[in-house]
Design a binder for this molecule. Structure first.
Ligand SMILES: Nc1ncnc2c1ncn2[C@@H]1O[C@H](COP(=O)(O)OP(=O)(O)OP(=O)(O)O)[C@@H](O)[C@H]1O
Ligand SMILES: [Mg+2]
Length: 381
C-alpha cells in the first residue's frame, strides 16, 4: 500500500470507460486524483487520467496494492477474485456483498425475492427444457437474459415471442449462463438513484425516467412524469435495497412501472447512465456523491436545481459521424451542456451526452435534442 498519501487520496477505479471518466473528473474537483485500471490506452477515462495503469482486469491484486480504497465502474470482473481480495484486507467499496448482487442477475433476483421486493418471475436456464417449462407456465413473450454483463455493446437481453426464436437464442448464446424472465407490460422505465455512506447515511436523487430507442437508453427525463405516490414508493424501494445490501456509493435501481405497480428490473452498484442528468440537474452529481460516499465523506444535496432536466445520449451511427467534429455547432445551442467522452465513433456506442434544463420537460428536451442533432450533423428540426 502507498504510504506517503493519506487514505483519502489513494482511490483506485477499476475500469476506464465514460463512467470512470466522469467519476475521475468529479474526484479531481475535490483535489483527489484517482488511479485507474484501464484496459486500453484509448479508454475514455484513460485519455483524461495521467495516472492510469494498463492491464487486464485480472491484475486487480497488483493494482489494489497501490490504492487504499477501490471502486468499480463495470460488472465484468470475477467476483471470486474480489472476495478473496476483500478477505485479504483490500477495501472495496461497495463491498462484494453488494457487488455479487449487481454482477449476477440470478443471485440478484433471488436476494430481492427473498427480501420481499417485487421482481418478475424468473428461472435459471440450464437447457432448452427449462425454457419450455418456463414458457408453459408464463407464456410467450419470454425475456431471456445473460446472467452476467457482456462487453460494452454486447447484447444480453432477448425478448422472444415463439419457441423457435427462443431455441435460436439459446443455441447461439449457449456458451453464456442464461435465465428466463416473465415479460412485463411496461408503462414507464424508471431509475431510482440512491447514494449511501458506509455508516448508512443515504440521499436519494429525484426519480428519473428513461426512454429507450432501438434497445438503448436514448433520453433521461428528471423528474419522471409520475404521481407522488409512485415517486415516493420508488425512493423507498431504492433506499431499502441499498440498506439491505449495505451498499456504499451510488446504487441505481432500474424499475418498471407496470399496470400492476413497480417491479425491480436490475441493480447497478455504481454511477448509472440515467444519473448523467445529475451533473447539471442537482447541486451534487452522482459522480461526486459516489466519490464522497466511497471515501466516507459527507454527501452533498441531491435535489433538482430546475423544474425539469433532460439528458439525450449521443450514440454513434452507421454513418461514422464523429460528434467532436461538430462541437462548435452544438455549443452554439446556448443553454445546453455538452459532454463528449473522447471515444472513437462506432455504431451504437455512447459517445457523449447533452443535458438541458427548462421550466418543463418539453422545453428541456427540445434544447437537449437540438444540441444532440447538431453533434450528429443533423439539421435542427
Ligand atoms: N422482464 C422484462 N419484461 C419486459 N421488458 C424487459 C424485461 N427485462 C428487460 N426488459 C427490457 O430490456 C431492457 C434491457 O434489460 P436490462 O436492463 O435487464 O438489461 P441491460 O441494461 O441491457 O443489461 P446490462 O446492463 O446488464 O447489459 C430493459 O430496459 C427493458 O426495456
Ligand atoms: Mg438495464
Amino acid at each position: 500500500m502507498s504510504s506517503e498519501l493519506p487514505a483519502l487520496y489513494s482511490l483506485g477505479i477499476i475500469g476506464a470507460g465514460q463512467i470512470a471518466r466522469m467519476t475521475h473528473q468529479a474526484a479531481v474537483k475535490l483535489g483527489i486524483t484517482p488511479r485507474l485500471l484501464a484496459e486500453e490506452s484509448d479508454d475514455s477515462a484513460a485519455l483524461a487520467a495521467p495516472d492510469a495503469v494498463y492491464s487486464h482486469p485480472d491484475a486487480i491484486a497488483m493494482f489494489a496494492e497501490s490504492c487504499e480504497i477501490i471502486t468499480l465502474e463495470h460488472e465484468r470482473i470475477d467476483i471470486g477474485l474480489l472476495e478473496r481480495l476483500e478477505e485479504g484486507g483490500v477495501c472495496i467499496r461497495p463491498g462484494t456483498r453488494t457487488l455479487r448482487a449487481a454482477f449476477d442477475k440470478m443471485h440478484q433476483r433471488r436476494v430481492l425475492l427473498n427480501r420481499g421486493f417485487p421482481v418478475p418471475a424468473f428461472a435459471e436456464l440450464r437447457g432448452p427444457d427449462d425454457l419450455m417449462d418456463f414458457a408453459r407456465k408464463f407464456n410467450f413473450p419470454v425475456v431471456i437474459k445473460s446472467i452476467r454483463s457482456g462487453r460494452p455493446g454486447q447484447r444480453s437481453v432477448w425478448i422472444v415471442e415463439t419457441e423457435t426464436e427462443a431455441m435460436r437464442v439459446m443455441s447461439e448464446q449457449g456458451h453464456r449462463e442464461l435465465m428466463a424472465e416473465d415479460y412485463q407490460p411496461i408503462v414507464k422505465e424508471l431509475v431510482a438513484l440512491v447514494v449511501r455512506r458506509p455508516g448508512g447515511n443515504c440521499r436519494n436523487y429525484p426519480l428519473a425516467e428513461v426512454i429507450q430507442q432501438e434497445g438503448a437508453v436514448h433520453e433521461i427525463r428528471s423528474p419522471a412524469a409520475v404521481g407522488h405516490r409512485v415517486a415516493a414508493e420508488a425512493k423507498e424501494l431504492a433506499t431499502r435495497i441499498a440498506n439491505e445490501l449495505e451498499a456504499v456509493g451510488v446504487l441505481a435501481v432500474e424499475l418498471f412501472l407496470t399496470t400492476k405497480g413497480l417491479v425491480v428490473n436490475e441493480l447497478a452498484a455504481r454511477p448509472h447512465n440515467a444519473g448523467h442528468v445529475t451533473i447539471e440537474g442537482s447541486p451534487t452529481s452522482q459522480f461526486e456523491n459516489h466519490v464522497r460516499a466511497v471515501l466516507d465523506l459527507p454527501l452533498g444535496p441531491t435535489r433538482s436545481v430546475a423544474p425539469a432536466t433532460v439528458t439525450v445520449n449521443v450514440i454513434g451511427g452507421h454513418d461514422g459521424i464523429d460528434p467532436a467534429d461538430h462541437l462548435g455547432e452544438a455549443l452554439a445551442v446556448e443553454g445546453s451542456h455538452v459532454h463528449l467522452y473522447g471515444k472513437r465513433p462506432a455504431p451504437g456506442s455512447k459517445l457523449g451526452h447533452v443535458t438541458a434544463m427548462g421550466d418543463d420537460l418539453d422545453q428541456a428536451r427540445e434544447m437537449a435534442r437540438r444540441a444532440e442533432a447538431a453533434l450528429m450533423g443533423r439539421r435542427h428540426w
